[in-house]
Design a protein around this ligand. Structure first.
Ligand SMILES: [Zn+2]
Length: 276
């Protein structure tokens, strides 16, 4: 997976190389020693790759994925911090998967996360995070989704989110909120609030995604997520949701592994560097 077409030297681009020992190649062109994990999220990890693979298998579990505490237990890791860092690195890999925009009819809405009703204690009780959700219509059901934290519900933020989440030329269905008006490049299906029959919703798909998201955040992660990390949890949720119909956990694992070798290393310092 690291070199799908065969070895490529990261320094000189040469393709001739000798295997010195497992995972370590010597470039025939420039004599550079290239590790198979260099330039991937596994770079500089003191954990053996099989431990990473076991973590990835946990993350792709069909139920809810893994929490750091759960992962620490299952893998028998000495430190919570190690499990936490592994999960965050894997979330970065998940965020890279399937970046193509949604098509067809797409419902778009926002929701809040955090605040007293989520049971979060401490300084986070005061500020809530705003999350934009786009959910593709698939008959009566939901196709793929996109989720992202946005700074506010302004026109600029919402139009920006739609531009990144939905392919131009498709239909965006929203509620009557003014900031959605004037969407360039899309057909806008504006559902203006009126009396709804009991149990019905103007945007039922995003509504369903919101409730699944919140259940997952509260359940698997006990809701204890700082806003600075929320984006990565949204990436994990999106990765899992968009592959929820996959019949094979192995395929999910394979996809995650593909992404993991394609993204740049994330040093631990960068994981926690969020001005905490
Ligand atoms: Zn080389």
């Amino acid at each position: 997976m690291r070199w799908p077409e065969g070895f490529v030297c990261p320094r000189c681009g040469g393709r001739a190389a000798w295997l010195i020992r497992r995972g370590l190649w010597l470039c025939g062109g420039c004599r550079h020693q290239a590790s198979v994990t260099a330039g991937t999220i596994f770079q500089d990890s003191h954990l053996p790759l099989p431990t990473w693979f076991r973590a990835m298998w946990q993350v792709t579990s069909p139920k809810n994925g893994a929490s750091a505490l759960g992962l620490q237990r299952v893998l028998g890791l000495g430190s919570y911090k190690t499990a936490w860092a592994m999960l965050h690195k894997l979330r970065r890999a998940m965020g890279r998967a399937g970046r193509d925009g949604l098509t067809g009819v797409v419902e778009v809405d926002e929701t809040y996360w955090g605040g007293p009703e989520e049971g979060v204690v401490g300084r986070q009780t005061q500020d809530k995070a705003l999350i934009a959700i786009a959910a593709q219509e698939d008959g009566k059901g939901i196709g793929r989704v996109r989720l992202r934290r946005i700074p506010d519900a302004s026109r600029q933020s919402l139009h920006g989110f739609i531009g990144q989440s939905v392919e131009p030329g498709n239909t965006v269905r929203t509620d009557g909120w003014d900031a959605y008006l004037g969407l360039p490049g899309y057909t806008h299906d504006r559902q203006v609030q009126r009396h709804q029959p009991e149990g019905e919703h103007l945007l039922p798909r995003v509504q369903r995604v919101v409730s699944l998201l919140k259940r997952w955040l509260r359940g698997t992660h006990q809701g204890a997520i700082g806003h600075e990390y929320l984006d990565y949890y949204l990436d994990e949720f999106t990765f899992r949701f968009n592959r929820r119909k996959s019949t094979s956990r192995g395929k999910l694992f394979f996809r995650l592994a593909q992404q993991a070798v394609q993204i740049d290393p994330v040093p631990f310092g960068a994981l926690i560097d969020h001005n905490l």
